[in-house]
Design a protein around this ligand. Structure first.
Ligand code: NI
Length: 137
């Protein structure tokens, strides 16, 4: 079994809040990320897939194909967008990095199989210091 990772970057706006919380509760729980006027992050996404090396090519997957799938299924929907209001696969979800990682997993799991690999990990750097890993369970 071998693992390979593709890095992609995107910028997006969000706000962490709950309608059923007061402004004060939202500030207390979500801090700066609850700013009512939105704010943005420069996110870095790492998508790791696993499988076996194709003896003909020496590749697990062609990284150009993996990159295209990530672009088509994820980046085109979220880059320079507001995660709370205009991203179909984030609808109804609190726009945390944890929930974003789970949603990205759902977007990629099936398409990655078409490359003959399995999705292994979705890792997102919201900032250099705040990092989420999701392994699908
Ligand atoms: Ni934030």
């Amino acid at each position: 079994m071998i693992y390979i990772t593709r890095r992609e970057q995107f910028n997006a706006a969000h706000r962490l809040y709950r309608d059923d919380f007061s402004d004060e509760q939202n500030r207390k729980v979500f801090g700066k990320c609850s700013n009512p006027n939105w704010h943005g992050h420069n996110y870095t996404l790492f998508v790791t897939v696993r499988g076996h090396v194709n003896p003909e090519t020496g590749f697990l997957v062609n990284l150009k194909d993996l990159s295209r799938i990530i672009q088509e299924q994820v980046v085109e929907y979220i880059d320079h967008k507001n995660l709370n209001v205009e991203v179909p696969f984030m609808k109804g979800r609190l726009a945390s990095t944890e929930n974003l990682a789970k949603a990205i997993w759902e977007q990629l799991e099936t398409p990655v199989k078409t490359l003959g690999a399995e999705l292994h990990c979705v890792k997102i750097y919201e900032t250099e210091n705040n990092i989420v890993d999701y392994f699908g369970e």
